[in-house]
Structure formats: structure tokens, C-alpha cells
Design a protein around this ligand. Structure first.
Ligand code: ADE
Length: 239
């Protein structure tokens, strides 16, 4: 498979790669396992003032990104994309972002991500790209960020760490089997005693079967207590 590609359509291109230049994603960039570019929406404003937004019909406070400008920026991103992109629009109104979508996107050629700002984007350009290119609206959680950029960084990080050639350390690979069915069990390192708290005895036993059973029990307990929604799903598939 060719290089995984991310193209981010934004008013703030300087926010990229940002945190994605570090850690696993950053190593992936250096090793050319994936690539990121930005498309600056302002470059597609036709007037000399480079206007990207205007007041909203309905007299709501705040400005709306103009459909013609966003459309031109998206056309540019699609024309220059190597392969077949999945188009995404980051918005709190979108489908909640979960691990299965991260996995699916990581197995595609890559993504073009439209980041909204200010009060929003004219609905017609969203409708047009949904109709013509299967644009998907995606939310990273039930809270309002000041723009889609931080949400896009979150989504990209989750996708990139799943790319086939990205090397995880052994520990995270071994935990991968749980994926997101269950929350993580507690983990410990040296020293064995810290602030009067001792590492659970079973972990010192060297009995791998017993350790695995303890970790599963803890993961189940934490999930049941903290995330009844995930627990219900887990019981449906493993119960
Ligand atoms: N833009 C603003 N808030 C957002 C969110 N929660 N998810 C995705 N994009 C956003």
C-alpha cells in the first residue's frame, strides 16, 4: 500500500503537524509511513481582502465560512490527493469518533479533513460534498472546541498509530488484543514499594496464567464500574 495521506483544509495551517510531529506519529512522518499537508482556506478567497466568512442569515451572532471559498479549497485538496480519500468534516454535530472508524480510516488511502471555525460552515457546501463525495461529519466528543483543528489532530493520531508499519513497543502490542472492549487494567513498575503501597502480589509471582487472569478481572471490574455503556457492549460480544 502507498503512503497514508492526510490533507487538512483549515484557516490555521500552522497548527499542523503540531503534536503529530512527536511520539509515534512523528516517527511515522520521519519514516515516511504517512504524510500530512495543509490547504489554507484563505488562499481560495477570490477578493483582494481574502474574505473567508460573512454574517449569518437569521442574524445569529458569529460569522459563517462562505460556501464558495470552502468549496474551492476542498476541490484543490481532492485534485492533489494521491489515491481515494475519505472526506471528513470535524464538528460536534457529527458521528462520535470511535476505534472502529479509526481502524477503517487507517486501512484506507487516507483522509481529507475540513476544519470548521467561527460559528460554522455554510450548510450547502456540507450538503454538496456529502452528496457528491460521501463527506462524513465526525465529532470527537460532547464538548465544543474553538475549531476542528484539535479534533483533527486527535483523529489523525488515533488513525496513524494503527498503520501497519508503525512499530509499537511490545507492551502496547500485547494489550492491543483488548482494543477498546475493556478499559485498561492497572500497571506498575519499580520500585516494588512506593509510598507504603506494594505492587499486587500476583504480579510478582511469575505465573503468567495467573497474571493474565488477574489483569482480565481488573479490566472487567474497572469497565463495569466506570463505563456501563462499554460493559454492556462487552457482555453482548463476550457474555
Ligand atoms: N469542532 C468543535 N468542537 C468539535 C468536536 N467536539 N468534535 C469535532 N469537531 C469539533
Amino acid at each position: 500500500m502507498a503512503l497514508w495521506h492526510a490533507s487538512v483544509v483549515t484557516l490555521f495551517p500552522d497548527m499542523f503537524p503540531g503534536p503529530l510531529a512527536h511520539s509515534l506519529a512523528g516517527k511515522g512522518l520521519q519514516k515516511e509511513i504517512w504524510k500530512i499537508n495543509t490547504v489554507h482556506i484563505r488562499d481560495f478567497a477570490p477578493d483582494k481582502h481574502r474574505t473567508v466568512d460573512d454574517t449569518s442569515y437569521g442574524h445569529n451572532a458569529g460569522m459563517i465560512l462562505k460556501p464558495d471559498v470552502v468549496h474551492s479549497a476542498l476541490c484543490h485538496a481532492v485534485e492533489h490527493f494521491p489515491g481515494t480519500p475519505q472526506l471528513l468534516f470535524m464538528t460536534p454535530r457529527g458521528e462520535p469518533f470511535k476505534q472502529p472508524l479509526a481502524r477503517q480510516l487507517s486501512q484506507s488511502d487516507g483522509v481529507i479533513i475540513l476544519c470548521g471555525h467561527y460559528e460554522g460552515v455554510d450548510e450547502r457546501v456540507i450538503n454538496h460534498w456529502t452528496r457528491t463525495h460521501g463527506l462524513k461529519e465526525v465529532s470527537v466528543g460532547d464538548y465544543i472546541l474553538s475549531g476542528g483543528e484539535v479534533a483533527a489532530i486527535t483523529l489523525l493520531d488515533a488513525c496513524v498509530r494503527l498503520l501497519p508499519k508503525i512499530v509499537h513497543n511490545e507492551d502496547s502490542l500485547s494489550r492491543e488484543s483488548f482494543d477498546l472492549d475493556l478499559l485498561e487494567f492497572p500497571q506498575y513498575t519499580k520500585p516494588c514499594i512506593w509510598q507504603d503501597e506494594v505492587v499486587p502480589e500476583v504480579l510478582l509471582s511469575g505465573d503468567h496464567k495467573k497474571i493474565a487472569a488477574w489483569q482480565k478481572h481488573k479490566a472487567e471490574k474497572i469497565t463495569r464500574e466506570r463505563r456501563p455503556d462499554l460493559w454492556k457492549l462487552y457482555l453482548q460480544t463476550n457474555g
